[in-house]
Design a protein around this ligand. Sequence first.
Ligand code: C2E
Ligand code: CA
Ligand code: CA
Length: 612
Amino acid sequence: MVFSWDHKRSSVPAKTLADLVLACAEWVGSEWSRRLEVSREKELAEQRHRALINGTNDGLFEWNLVNNKVEFSDRWKQIVGYPVEAELSKPDDWFNQVESSDLAQLEADLAMCLAGQTESLRNQHRLTTADSNGETRWALCQAELVTDEDGEPIRLIGSISDTTEFKLAEEKLRHAAETDKLTNLPNRATLHEQLTKAIRRHKLTGGRRRFAMMFLDFDRFKVINDSLGHDAGDQLLIQIADRLREQVRVTDTAARIGGDEFIVLIEEVSDFEKVIQIADRLLEVFAEPFMIDGNEVTSTASIGIIDGSMGYEDADSAIRDADSAMYHAKSLGKARYAIFDQNMQDESLKRLVMERELRQAIGTDQIFMAYQPIVSVDDARVLGFEALVRWRHPELGIVQPDQFIHIAEETGLIVPLGKWILEESCRELVLMRRALPESEFTMNVNLSKRQLVQPDVVDTIRQVVHDAEVDPVWIKFEITESVIMDGRAPVTPTLESLRGLGFQLAMDDFGTGHSSLSCLHQFPIDVLKIDRSFIQSLDQHVEFAAVIQAIVTLAHTLELSVVAEGIETREQLAVLQALECDELQGYLFAKPLPIHEAIDYVSSSKAMLRSA
Ligand code: C2E
Ligand code: CA
Ligand code: CA
């Protein structure tokens, strides 16, 4: 330090030399002590600064923009993987370690900051550590620009913090949010996002970037899940996912969007023929059986395909159409694909509207029951009724169940609707019995598969019937043959419980499924209803009489009573009487009737019987 004294500026008055020397000595003394104080303060400040630098978990740097030299703190060197004793001073000591994909953004952010366009620098980038490990770390860099009096930047002072752990946790969270946990495939949300992008790209490029999408549903998945258990079902889904992963290209997305439903989004489609080839290959791949817990199971795929160039506006409508096409493929006989077309669009729109309207109609007087008499073959006495649901649509008029029951089944609406049907049938059965005190007739109520597999179905039914003050023996539940015969489906225990409560059970539509007469004895049923297609084919094929005869004989050995349904003509009646069917149902006797007409029908048939 050079000690200079500018006498002109001195505050010490110069009088005599002695005074001067004295004054000088005095001044020197005080100035020294002042300077000592200053330097101690400075040292303290530096100590504090060092403590701060070392104490903070952030690595600090100070970049002298005039000579382009950078000072890095020890912690900075640690984060970037340098030994603390390394002599670093070049900006490249930092930039060389920045991952190339993040470097451009860092440089751009830096340039904006140096140009004064941003007040400070804030950038997150990946570093490859300079040590032999060369691991990847995330660094969050924050820095402030220091300028001179003229506003020229002279320094950039800042820090980097190691945000690797935070980033990894964040990535895990994101992965969890985007992925289906069971199969590790992208989930519905991710697919939705990808699909939205594909739709946008298709639009932006005027249709040049074309995509296609396949909706896959696995035939018999539910049966496998129900019969072999959830774990087996899960394993099957995992294996399905593995096969899918093998088949799709990196540019495509295979996602699980729920249950046994998968979607493959195919991007960069040059030729739709290629999409068909992929569908064919997928069908082949899924025709191969799976090994689950040592069991060989087959679960073929039904595939619905949409062509992205049909001009979709949003992901939901694309998924809906692919879903419709898939249903179409299933209805054509499973293990096949169907490509969505305009007819299906009308169909699916109708379905959508119907579903919404049906949901609103349940519980209002739009839905009501009609009752079709079931009569004795001997004297046409009314033995009971089949309850058949009707929908009085405000615009369409009366909608028949064939048009809406399958929608209710697909959407699950059948569960609340079915409960209402049972409540209403019981309520009106009580009214009918009150109106006709000597009658002993029963009420047949249809139960669909979807209702039967509800875990609480038996309790719900018992409660409804109990609340209506109906004796269970008055109720016969009709369950279609295909539902009962589906050997692996767990409906048999449910049926047994229902029977245990006193309800009677009828196998409906017998002859339409994979009827196996030899299995009939295995099922807990009381009544066999021969499907009306059999009765109607009697007209052209007399040999059907022999088939019906065999059914009746076997049923009687098993102590089942036999109902023939769909009798429209006297000729049919004559044949069925000869074949010793027990009960008959059909338009020949009566169509399904509203409650009051049903009551009248019983009264008038009684009068007829009496007068006969
Ligand atoms: P299903 O259980 O086989 O019901 C018998 C169907 O045959 C009824 O049609 C009935 O009107 C019709 N039918 C009766 N006699 C004759 C005849 O002589 N000739 C002809 N051509 N048809 C006859 P509907 O009421 O249209 O019901 C159709 C199907 O809808 C039913 O078939 C059943 O599967 C379902 N369904 C109807 N009501 C309900 C219900 O309340 N719950 C459930 N789950 N399904 C129902
Ligand atoms: Ca029925
Ligand atoms: Ca039937």
